[in-house]
Write a protein that binds this ligand. Structure first.
Ligand code: GTR
Length: 530
């Protein structure tokens, strides 16, 4: 974490966190106000600059510049005293290795999963854990319970939802894509002015006479009944990594290192093109009559512990100078990525080719958590798909199986609201659990999927959350999963909530996407007059 060089030296109080920075790697850039009290070099309180005393002169801190030149011993003594003073403090600020929490054990034995009681979705949460009134109608759910649960999810887990901003499409490029598709590529400016943050979106439209659906509409006519249902997802490593199409633009900012992409310096490169294309089977989706779009999540919040600074949050007025200084319900990366999905939706619904009532948000793993939260905060998404989203996604937190709140909030401190970390080791006290974020999609179609080898994400916990969310769809006269029997592998099930567990490891594959498209075609209401 680079400490900012500030015009006006910060107050000592504010400095303390930076003190910590200085301690860790004394950076010459920090300036400390030297109070011209007396020339004696009695040790001063914390904040006394260590290495190069001459800087004081630059700061024009009168006292020092007017003082008689100090003798060598005196000049040596000052830093020495400061060090002696500083070290004990440093000791208090550095976690004592031996005192660090014992290595966390993760449970994979179903028999060791604790007994637990989930918050009852159909009771208006009083917020203090004491239930009050039962929810018996769709209206009561939509007008009373849902807003309450959404507020609790904001304050407890994901942070406040971010406000909409104007979206301007720039550098819009259209061209022939792979397999006869039409490519539309656009840089979306998010907010006011040319310096507002931006995200790059790539959208592929099926060619009108594709595959086994000759009657596929020719979107150019823009007739409402011919506008296309569309899958939208964020990607981890840049649009170019998920497509072999040479015209796809490469991100210029930070990208994660990865064996698949061959990135080892956090810089995107052309040689990564298509290295993750298996995660986005465009042709398969086109054959099913769907348009499909993606964007890189790092455009709005680079996925690392210090990504907050380079994120869009400052442009939205959020203070980001130190992760430890943010409020308990401050939005993190997942809320910011969910916001990105809504801004892209703002653009998609303006396109004549796209059916604004049938845009489906999809996410894998951390971006599956994001898709769930995007669907919770934006009811314009017609359907939500969570693929192996695990902890903080579809998997129940109260089940002590696989990843835990402690682990996820320490490994990825930038993902959730700071308050979520305070439930580490006391998940049973959470005022919410993951069936609540699933229920936010109701009465729209929801699809949850798992993988057999992805035990870290607790597949049974993902399934049981979908079971527990089902009664909300029931309020609307819709069948949720329709069963609480864990299904056979590779056997999709469900009513308006769909589920499958795929054989194989943690990933999003053409098999998964095929199930999503089949489900969407079955449950997503065809447009009027179609
Ligand atoms: C893991 C994390 C999971 C999941 C996954 C992913 O490191 O523990 O919660 O988010 O990453 O996003 O790939």
């Amino acid at each position: 974490m680079e400490c900012e060089e500030r015009a006006n030296p910060p107050s000592t109080a504010e400095m303390v966190p930076h003190g910590a920075d200085r301690r860790r790697r004394p950076s010459p850039s920090i300036r400390v106000p030297i109070r011209a009290t007396s020339t004696s070099l009695r040790p001063r309180p914390i904040g006394y600059d260590l290495p190069v005393p001459h800087r004081a002169r630059e700061t024009g801190a009168g006292s020092l510049s007017t003082a008689a030149p100090r003798s060598l011993t005196m000049r040596l003594r000052a830093p020495l005293i400061a060090t002696i003073l500083f070290l004990p403090l440093a000791a208090t600020m550095t976690p004592d290795a031996s005192a660090q929490a014992p290595k966390e054990e993760f449970n994979y034995d179903e028999a060791l999963v604790r007994e637990y009681t989930l918050p009852d979705l159909l009771m208006i949460p009083a917020g203090d854990g004491s239930d009050s009134e039962a929810i018996t109608s769709p209206e009561a759910w939509l007008t009373v319970a849902r807003p309450r649960w959404l507020g609790l999810l904001e304050s407890t887990e994901y942070g406040r939802l971010l406000p909409a901003v104007p979206v301007t499409a720039e550098h819009v490029e259209r061209g022939p894509g792979p397999d006869g598709a039409t490519r539309i590529q656009a840089r979306l400016r998010l907010g006011h002015g040319p310096d507002a943050p931006a995200t790059e979106v790539i959208l592929y439209l099926p060619s009108p006479s594709r595959g086994d659906k000759p009657e596929l509409p020719s979107p150019s006519r823009g007739d409402a009944s011919e506008r296309l249902p569309t899958f939208l997802h964020l990607n981890f490593s840049g649009n170019h990594a998920e497509s072999t199409d040479p015209a796809v633009r490469i991100p210029s900012g930070w990208v994660p290192n990865g064996k698949d992409t061959g990135v080892d310096d956090n810089r995107a490169k052309a040689s990564s093109r298509g290295t993750l294309a298996s995660r986005w089977p465009v042709k398969l989706l086109h054959d099913r009559g769907y348009a499909t779009a993606t964007a890189y999540c790092g455009d709005v919040f680079p996925d690392h512990a210090d990504g907050r600074k380079a994120s869009v949050l400052p442009s939205l007025g959020y203070v980001v100078h130190d992760a430890r200084m943010v409020r308990g319900d401050e939005p993190g990366a997942i809320s910011t990525w969910a916001w990105q999905l809504s801004r892209i939706l703002d653009w998609l619904v303006t396109l004549p080719e796209i059916d604004p009532t049938r845009v489906i948000v999809v996410g894998h793993s951390r971006l599956g958590k994001t898709a769930l939260w995007a669907g919770a905060g934006d009811e314009r998404f017609a359907m939500v798909v969570s693929n192996e989203s695990g902890c903080g996604g579809a998997a129940l937190e109260r089940r002590n199986y696989g990843e835990t709140v402690r682990r996820i909030t320490t490994s990825f401190p930038h993902w959730f609201a700071p308050t979520f970390a305070t439930y580490a080791g006391r998940e049973t006290e959470l005022p919410v659990d993951q069936h609540v974020v699933l229920a936010m999609t109701a009465p729209r179609p929801l699809y949850v999927s798992s993988a057999v080898e992805d035990r870290w994400a607790d597949p049974r916990g993902e399934f049981l959350a979908a079971v527990a969310a089902g009664p909300v769809w029931g309020l609307f006269g819709r069948e949720g999963l329709g069963t609480d029997t864990f299904p056979a592998v590779d056997t999709p099930i469900g009513g308006t909530i769909g589920y499958h567990i795929r054989s194989g490891p943690h990933d999003i594959t053409a098999v998964d996407w095929g199930h999503f498209a089949d489900f969407a075609t079955r449950v997503l209401p065809a447009r009027e007059g179609r």
